[in-house]
Every structure is written in structure tokens, then in C-alpha cells.
Design a protein around this ligand. Structure first.
Ligand SMILES: *[C@@H]1O[C@H](CO)[C@@H](O)[C@H](O)[C@H]1NC(C)=O
Length: 216
């Protein structure tokens, strides 16, 4: 009997390629590259505007050392502007990339002990379309818990906002944790830092590094 084996060389996948392809799946079963198909936009310090209680200087509530943005705020602090009656915050408001349409993605690595740490600003009847909040050590999308035990560790955050379809996806450490509706049309932009919410402790802090913004 003659075994015709001429197909084998072309259908065989070289081992190194196979290993490299399967490795992420083996290490992390729910691995997903949320940035696939997206293009990063240029980001520099001129795109980062720090908002902090209006009666203290920036260095009393924010530092940037070794690539880490550290934000802190006290529950008794003033709002970011004398005319504002919002809660105290120390946040970076991303400027230069406000949008009303398209698909946008925020990425960063965060560590935190409190409150609202990331926002997609702008909505039709709400001021925001997405908020990541911390309640009792768990991370929530608004009030829906998406990841437990987030104190004292770094976690990767990817938020995809499709402003055309009005949808929001949140990935924590590359796992999809929230997939739902946004809060309508508006002028949108990203913010990260600390923003006081109900039930906040006196001192609130978050740290962020490797901030990236992508669009599709
Ligand atoms: C800023 O305002 C806070 C809250 O009202 C107050 O406790 C603090 O003393 C003020 N700080 C300065 C430097 O005026």
C-alpha cells in the first residue's frame, strides 16, 4: 500500500508559531486583545489637565513619579472650581480628543483605595456615559460590581465606548466584565483619578500608569 503524504509539509504549522499563538490562551483562558483593530492616538502631557480642589495647589493632591500618576483627595475638600457644586475630585481630564461619534478606547493600569476612578464623560440626560467606581474594595460599573478585591493591586483597565451604537465595554485584566448600553449622545472625553461618591472615606487615592487612548 502506498501512503500519499504530499499534503503534509504544507499543512503542518511550524512549532514556534503554534506555541506563540496558543501561549496567551494557555496562560489566560479568557485572554482578549481589546485593542485589535484600534489605532493609538498621540498622547503627551499637554493632553492631561489636572482638576483638583480649587483652593490648594496641584502638588498637594497630585504627583507624577516614575511614570505613575498619583491622585488623592479628602471628602471635605472643595470642588475643582468655586462655581461648581460637584463633589471633590483630583482627576486628569483628557483634552484634545473630545468626541461625539466613533469608537474610542481608554487603557490604563490602576491601583486604588477609593471612589470613582475613571469616567467617560458626556451623555444625553446624564453627565457621564460610564463610571468605574469602588465600593468596599470591589470595582463597579456605576453600581454593578464587576471585579472583587481590587485594593492593593494593579489591574489593567480597558473601556471601549462606541458613541455611534451607544455601547460600553469594560475589560479588567483583559477579561470582558461589562457590556451594556451607554447613556446617550453628548460631547465625550475620558477622565481618571479620584472623584468622591456617596459613602466615601475621608481619604481617597488612586494611581495610574501607561495611559493610552485608541480609536477605530
Ligand atoms: C481649602 O478648603 C478646605 C475645605 O473648605 C479647608 O479645610 C482648607 O483649610 C482650605 N485650604 C486652604 C489652603 O485654604
Amino acid at each position: 500500500m502506498i501512503v500519499v503524504n504530499h499534503l503534509q509539509p504544507t499543512t503542518m504549522v511550524p512549532l514556534p508559531i503554534l506555541v506563540l499563538t496558543l501561549l496567551p490562551l494557555i496562560i489566560h483562558p479568557s485572554y482578549a486583545d481589546s485593542t485589535q483593530g484600534f489605532t493609538p492616538v498621540p498622547l503627551g502631557s499637554s493632553n492631561f489637565v489636572v482638576q483638583k480642589p480649587y483652593n490648594v495647589s496641584v502638588d498637594k493632591r497630585y504627583s507624577f513619579t516614575n511614570g505613575v500618576h498619583k491622585f488623592w483627595v479628602y471628602s471635605t475638600d472643595k470642588p475643582h472650581q468655586p462655581s461648581s457644586n460637584t463633589e471633590p475630585r483630583t482627576e486628569i481630564r483628557v483634552v484634545g480628543y473630545d468626541y461625539t461619534s466613533g469608537i474610542w478606547q481608554f487603557e490604563g493600569h490602576a491601583g486604588t483605595s477609593g471612589v470613582c476612578i475613571m469616567q467617560v464623560f458626556g451623555g444625553s440626560s446624564w453627565s457621564t456615559t460610564s463610571q468605574l467606581r469602588v465600593y468596599g474594595g470591589s470595582l463597579a460599573h456605576y453600581t454593578t460590581t464587576i471585579e472583587p478585591n481590587i485594593y492593593n493591586r494593579w489591574f489593567k483597565v480597558n473601556v471601549i465606548h462606541d458613541a455611534n451604537a451607544n455601547t460600553v465595554k469594560v475589560y479588567i485584566n483583559d477579561g470582558l466584565k461589562f457590556n451594556g448600553a451607554g447613556r446617550g449622545k453628548g460631547t465625550h472625553y475620558f477622565k481618571f483619578g479620584v472623584y468622591k461618591q456617596d459613602g466615601a472615606s475621608n481619604y481617597m487615592e488612586s494611581r495610574w500608569r501607561d495611559i493610552k487612548i485608541f480609536r477605530k
